[in-house]
Design a protein around this ligand. Structure first.
Ligand SMILES: *[C@@H]1O[C@H](CO)[C@@H](O)[C@H](O)[C@H]1NC(C)=O
Ligand SMILES: *[C@@H]1O[C@H](CO)[C@@H](O)[C@H](O)[C@H]1NC(C)=O
Ligand SMILES: *[C@@H]1O[C@H](CO)[C@@H](O)[C@H](O)[C@H]1NC(C)=O
Ligand SMILES: *[C@@H]1O[C@H](CO)[C@@H](O)[C@H](O)[C@H]1NC(C)=O
Ligand SMILES: [Zn+2]
Length: 438
């Protein structure tokens, strides 16, 4: 029979499979990401003077460090908290340089590889591909998240619809879940996206948590019932699908998309600097190798274009735009690109004030809140400003936990407390929408 093929061919076909199984069955002590972060450190420094800030910028160019906070060297200035990830092979020279320049620093993470392996049980493959019993307290790969979405689309078709709004640069579908009771033809809507930046894993975890809570509580909790009756939620659990995938397979600290550049070897665009609102101005970089690269033109990234198209098409209904990032513990609203207060400032401000209070009431965690420009830093071409400029009156960006102790490696045990408190803030904002703002 042709289908079975010759025995030799069959062995050849089975061998890679066996290797694959061996790989999966490897014991827990095998190293993640080929041990590439062994001996890397994350340090925090706060330049005390302009000269020190200048010295830090020079170091950045010289040593190829990965900036965790703020997201671009252009933000480094006197008095700004700066967290940098230093590769092991640059560590000695760099720390010597800092000592010489008399710049004080504190080690936040002594060994990044160890911290990474402690932060979750990523290597053990325990109960994570667990649709139908999806485990919301572990981080999930893109494939797992998409399987979970497909499962909900089947099992909760009364409340959830899954659809694609386009394809990523590498050809992956950009899925959105539409959540809400189909009670009326016309309903106002809330847009939520997670995972614009690949390495901020707590963000997609929150989008999944939000859906879970809605499905679990809409019968028992009058507030949730009201929200699902009166609104649709468009939830995009992973915006930057290519980048997120890459952060699982290759580089845990990848931030950007994965698009190629014709003139540079560096890949990717910052999907939160690629929007047509003061595009590529202050707080964005024109250089393809920078983490805040704005791209060759606005909406050059298919992921950004797809979401922008969707929002343009539905902006009459969409009352709120919520975007989830990490880390800083902040609730931000427009503007990012300039120091100015938005029209109807008081409505948005009071929504933010109440939301951070609601958030704090859960675990006592404090969030700062305010216009992004003065609370975080000035940045141009981001999604929140774009949503606001395009007529969505409530536009917010969350910077979830923490403030640098774990940074992007927020341990899985903190998914639950982080999501529980964020949930209350999101519900509070949503209930605010349903009332007429005074
Ligand atoms: C450190 O290692 C990286 C990757 O292996 C390499 O690209 C880089 O040039 C090295 N830097 C130094 C200062 O040796
Ligand atoms: C979701 O389910 C509906 C049927 O209920 C189906 O038509 C649709 O294709 C599904 N969406 C996806 C993305 O699979
Ligand atoms: C929102 O939070 C504020 C402050 O914690 C609280 O007073 C208010 O009742 C909350 N509103 C809703 C609808 O949850
Ligand atoms: C400000 O509020 C008024 C009254 O609710 C509304 O008509 C106007 O469109 C709002 N402006 C913006 C920019 O949201
Ligand atoms: Zn981010």
């Amino acid at each position: 029979m042709k289908l079975l093929g010759k025995p030799r061919n069959r062995t050849a076909a089975i061998l890679p499979l066996c290797l694959l199984f061996l790989k999966i069955l490897q014991p827990g002590h095998s190293h993640l990401y080929n041990n590439r972060y062994a001996g890397d450190q994350v340090i925090r420094l706060i330049p005390k003077t302009e000269e020190e800030a200048y010295a830090l910028k020079k170091i950045y160019h010289q040593f190829r460090v990965d900036l965790w906070q703020p997201s671009s060297i252009s933000y480094i200035s006197e008095g700004t908290v700066t967290d940098v990830h230093i590769p092991q092979n640059a560590s000695q020279a760099l720390l010597a340089f800092l000592q010489q320049a008399n710049i004080q620093y504190k080690v936040l993470i002594e060994d990044l590889q160890k911290a990474l392996e402690r932060s979750g049980s990523l290597q053990t493959h325990r109960n994570r591909r667990s649709v139908p019993g999806h485990n919301y307290e572990v981080y999930h790969s893109l494939e797992e998240i998409q399987n979970w979405m497909r499962h909900l689309n089947k099992t909760h078709s009364g409340l959830i619809q899954m659809f694609s709004i386009g394809k990523s640069y590498e050809g992956r579908s950009l899925y959105v879940l539409k959540l809400g009771r189909r009670s009326r033809a016309y309903k106002r809507a809330v847009w939520m996206d997670c995972g614009i930046h690949a390495r901020e894993w707590i963000s997609p975890a929150f989008c999944q948590w939000f859906i879970k809570e809605a499905l679990l509580t809409h019968r028992s909790d009058p507030a949730m019932r009201k929200m699902l009756n009166h609104l649709y939620f468009y939830v995009m659990p992973v915006f930057n699908v290519d980048g997120y995938h890459f952060s699982w397979t290759n580089d845990r600290f990848w931030r950007k998309t994965r698009s190629r550049n014709s003139r540079f070897r560096c890949r990717g665009v910052d999907a939160n600097r690629n929007w047509r609102v003061k595009w590529c101005d202050e707080g964005a970089s024109m250089h393809p190798c920078e983490d805040t690269y704005c791209g060759p033109f606005p909406e050059s990234e298919p992921e950004v274009k797809a979401v922008a198209n969707f929002l343009r098409k539905h902006k009459k209904h969409i009352r709120a735009y919520l975007s989830f990032h990490a880390y800083a513990q902040m609730l931000l609203y427009p503007y990012s690109y300039k120091y100015a207060t938005i029209p109807n400032f008081s409505c948005v401000e009071s929504a933010a004030y109440k939301a951070v209070n609601a958030l704090r009431s859960v675990n006592g965690v404090r969030y700062r809140y305010g216009p992004a420009s003065s609370t975080l830093y000035v940045s141009s071409g981001n999604s929140m400003d774009w949503a606001y400029k395009n007529g969505i009156p409530y536009a917010f960006a969350f910077e979830l936990r923490d403030t640098g102790h774990f940074g992007f490696l927020l341990p899985e045990v903190l998914i639950k407390p982080t999501c529980t408190e964020t949930m209350l803030a999101v519900k509070n904002i949503t209930m605010h929408l349903l009332k007429k703002c005074p």
